[in-house]
Design a protein around this ligand. Structure first.
Ligand code: ADP
Ligand code: MG
Length: 284
């Protein structure tokens, strides 16, 4: 018998998309942090429970979401960041696909609490497994947005099985936070795990942030670089060849503020060090 073609319901589309967007708790942390940064946050608090498997709550002091628009934030392909193909060519925000919150909402219990500077109180929306629960309702909270993600994959047990131990997932979450925090030293970050503060970086200079995150060895061997050539500018810190490593795990590269791990860039770094570093050693 010939199979019948039918359009999938929206929630199922999001759940399928979630397979790509939300690989593990760390992917939620990445998406929600990027949204906070796109909203102009100056301070971001990250609270994790059981490596993020049980709960990820991220609070920012950005410009918030108008309560009339709150239901759109969790809708697929709804974004405030681009409107046309030409916007896509010059996108300056970290996000633009309008898929992250819808995907996260489809595989968790998500609540968004948000307040704009014009609001006299906060508003909240709750979505469980892609289904909105009740109406957008008044809530309490400061200006900014708190995204609370509980019970990741509660409705997709097959994916839940692939979650590793809480400490492994926590490690991945912290990797994501470090990468992002290195790119924005002007933003303050604080991280809690199971109710305990585990990291706190105030708004600081790039050198201070790099030292706080990369530690003593890099601090003692770093060289600032700043090169301008035509439209291209390269800046940051590189290690003296005396402080090399076996792996590339201490290399953090960014293009226009976005963390990028790329073969061409890695090759350029290797090439730059080829006269001063043995072939099996990696600079920091
Ligand atoms: P994208 O970031 O690609 O636009 P998302 O699904 O991540 O898509 O978010 C959808 C929309 O929700 C964003 O375009 C933005 O308008 C709004 N939004 C999400 N998080 C925040 C936040 N922390 N502060 C303000 N607005 C937000
Ligand atoms: Mg986003």
């Amino acid at each position: 018998m010939r199979p019948v073609i039918a359009a999938l319901p929206d929630t199922l589309i999001s759940q399928i998309a979630a397979g790509e967007v939300v690989e593990r708790p760390a992917s939620v942390v990445k998406e929600v942090l990027e949204n906070a940064i796109d909203a102009g946050a100056q301070a971001i608090a990250i609270r994790l429970e059981e490596g993020g498997c049980q709960r990820i709550s991220i609070q920012d002091d950005g410009f918030g979401i108008e309560h009339q628009q709150l239901h759109l934030a969790v809708l697929r392909h709804a974004t405030s960041k681009i409107k046309s193909l030409s916007d896509l060519e010059s996108v300056a925000s970290l996000g633009f696909r309008g898929e992250a919150l819808a995907s996260i909402a489809s595989v968790s219990r998500l609540s968004i609490t948000t307040r704009t500077p014009e609001d006299d109180h906060a508003w909240q929306i709750q979505v469980n497994g892609g289904q909105t629960v009740g109406d957008v309702s008044p809530s309490s909270g400061n200006v900014g947005t708190t995204i609370d993600v509980q019970d990741l994959y509660f409705n997709t047990p097959a994916r839940r099985k692939f979650l590793k131990s809480a400490s492994t997932e926590l490690g991945h979450c912290l990797d994501v936070v470090r990468r992002i925090a290195l790119s924005r030293p002007d933003i303050g970050f604080a991280i809690w795990h199971n109710g305990k503060v585990i990291e706190r970086w105030p708004s600081q200079s790039i050198a201070e942030r790099v030292d706080a995150i990369l530690g003593e060895e890099f601090k003692n061997h770093r060289i600032p670089i700043e090169v301008l050539q035509g439209q291209l500018s390269v800046r940051g810190f590189i290690s003296q060849p005396t402080a090399s490593r076996a792996r590339t795990d201490m290399q953090f590269t960014y293009i226009n503020g976005r963390y990028v791990r790329d073969k061409v860039i890695q090759h350029a770094i290797r090439a730059a060090y080829q006269d001063v570093l043995h072939g099996d050693r990696q600079p920091m």
